[in-house]
Write a protein that binds this ligand. Structure first.
Ligand code: ADP
Ligand code: MG
Length: 461
């Protein structure tokens, strides 16, 4: 954009905001970015006012690069970003300050735990009774049962990982139910929370200056069930990892039970803190695999029974055969059948099942392109050995092939930038974003590249 048609600071910032909303994690965006105010734009420098010192520090340390890049992108020229704290009267309305003072140190007795943790309630259906045990989950189930019977003393931490929809949340909540209902453990404080909620809570406590209280609360937990820990690894900035690590260590060192669910094993988590990774591996690491057809039938039978619906063996076989790799999807198909059966007061026949869930298929997961397929295909199409694509080599051909593959990976899969980066030779998420933008620009400028990408995409669609 030339100087004559220069944007105002407000226009520039307003145009950058939706892009930033995509690139910065939601919690940070809401807490610090959305409320920032563009003060002045001189054509090569933008002064950005943020709510307070904490926001300033946080943004400067973790997000200055991405904000700067984004502004330059919108302005279409280099722009220097200068962040500062807004004068109190110019600041947008601050969130209400907490009225309660943090409790004095002495009141943090375990009998009177502070109660401001935003724990999620346990799903009453996620019990051991409702969990079908089979080869695909036998070890994880046994370990969970031990932990539930003997929290803090059996396996600590217990780390359960699997692909989506295979029972992680079910199992870790089953542990929570047993402990919460054990009369001998009535003083026990069980907290189930997703890693994302933990991080959001942490950020808001930092913003409100109640981080000490936050720490005390989490450190008074007796059994900590943390779901979807991969979130901690995926967001930018080491602060949440640090905080998680300290909470984890405080609990672990005082023999409190920690159970963690993750979509990948500890060694594949994109963690910056190596000590955290090794601690996560210190206890039992158990995985859940896809159930075989008999197990899927057994799971369906159990769910149908719980729903009070009778389904013939033929129908169960059909449904279990159709949906292979995700129990959540399997269950969804069953519920659809049950709803139809009860609404129409009919028995579900095989034909009816085919009609109702004929369009369901494993293809829901099948259709998701694997990173490996993209890598292999681009490697062969662009004549670049796969080893080179995931190496540190940066010769032009190799770098280009790699960028193309990264572009497709971002376009065609649900993987996070961090995951894509890890796959393509342990690169960080900003490198991945850079590669993506490079290809995007090339597509816009060069018709040949547009067609190349178009052909490559078509192969996977
Ligand atoms: P994840 O957390 O791994 O994505 P969930 O724990 O949410 O998966 O499980 C998805 C659904 O599948 C839930 O409704 C859960 O009850 C069910 N499920 C998973 N494994 C089993 C099992 N072994 N027996 C019965 N139901 C199961
Ligand atoms: Mg889950």
């Amino acid at each position: 954009m030339s100087q004559e048609t220069a944007l105002t600071s407000e226009q520039l910032w307003n145009a950058a905001l939706p892009i930033l909303a995509q690139r910065i994690n939601e919690a940070t965006y809401d807490a610090f970015v959305a409320g920032a105010v563009a003060i002045e734009y001189t054509g090569d420098r933008l002064r950005l006012g943020v709510a307070n010192d904490f926001a300033l520090d946080w943004l400067q340390r973790h997000h200055a690069q991405v904000i700067g890049d984004c502004i330059a992108e919108v302005a279409q020229q280099p722009v220097q970003l200068q962040m500062e704290t807004l004068a109190a009267d110019a600041a947008p309305p601050a969130p209400p300050a907490p009225v309660t003072l943090p409790p004095p140190e002495t009141s943090v007795a375990r009998a009177q735990p502070p109660s401001d943790i935003q724990a999620a309630p346990l799903n009453p259906k996620y019990t051991f009774e409702n969990f079908v045990v089979a080869d695909c989950n036998r070890f994880a189930h046994a370990a969970s049962l031990q932990v539930a019977k003997n929290p803090g003393n059996a396996y600590n931490p217990l780390f359960i990982h699997s692909a989506s929809g295979l029972g992680k949340t079910h199992l870790i909540q089953a542990i929570g139910h047993v402990i919460a209902n054990d009369p001998a453990l009535s003083h026990y404080r069980v907290v189930y929370i997703s890693a994302e909620a933990f991080v959001n809570h942490m950020i808001s406590c930092m913003r409100d200056n109640t981080i000490d209280r936050f720490r005390r609360s989490y450190r008074s937990v007796d059994c900590w069930l943390v779901d979807d820990i991969q979130f901690i690894a995926e967001i930018e900035g080491p602060a949440s990892e640090e905080e998680f690590f300290h909470t984890f260590s405080a609990l672990y060192e005082t023999n409190r039970q920690v159970v963690i669910a993750s979509d990948c094993p500890p060694r594949h988590l994109q963690l910056m803190n190596e000590r955290l990774r090794s601690r996560l591996e210190m206890g039992i690491v158990a995985d859940l695999r896809t159930p075989d057809i008999e197990t899927r039938v057994a799971i369906l039978e159990k769910k149908a029974l719980n729903e009070g619906v009778h389904l013939s063996r033929d129908v169960l076989d059909y449904v279990a055969g159709k949906i292979e790799s995700n129990i959540r999807v399997l269950e969804g198909a069953l519920l659809k059948l049950c709803a139809y059966a009860s609404l129409n007061e009919v028995e579900v026949s095989r034909e009816l099942a085919e009609e109702i869930i004929g369009d369901y298929s494993t293809s829901h997961t099948d259709r998701r392109v694997a990173l490996q397929d993209i890598l292999d295909y681009v490697a062969s199409e662009l004549n670049c050995p796969t080893e080179d694509m995931v190496s540190k080599k940066r010769t032009q051909n190799i770098a280009w092939a790699r960028q193309v593959a990264i572009y497709l990976a971002r376009e065609l899969t649900d993987n996070s930038l961090a995951r894509i980066g890890q796959f393509f030779g342990d690169r960080d998420h900003s490198t991945i974003l850079h590669s993506y933008n490079k290809v995007q620009d090339a597509i816009e400028q060069d018709e040949q590249i547009l067609w190349l990408i178009n052909d490559l995409r078509a192969t996977f669609e």
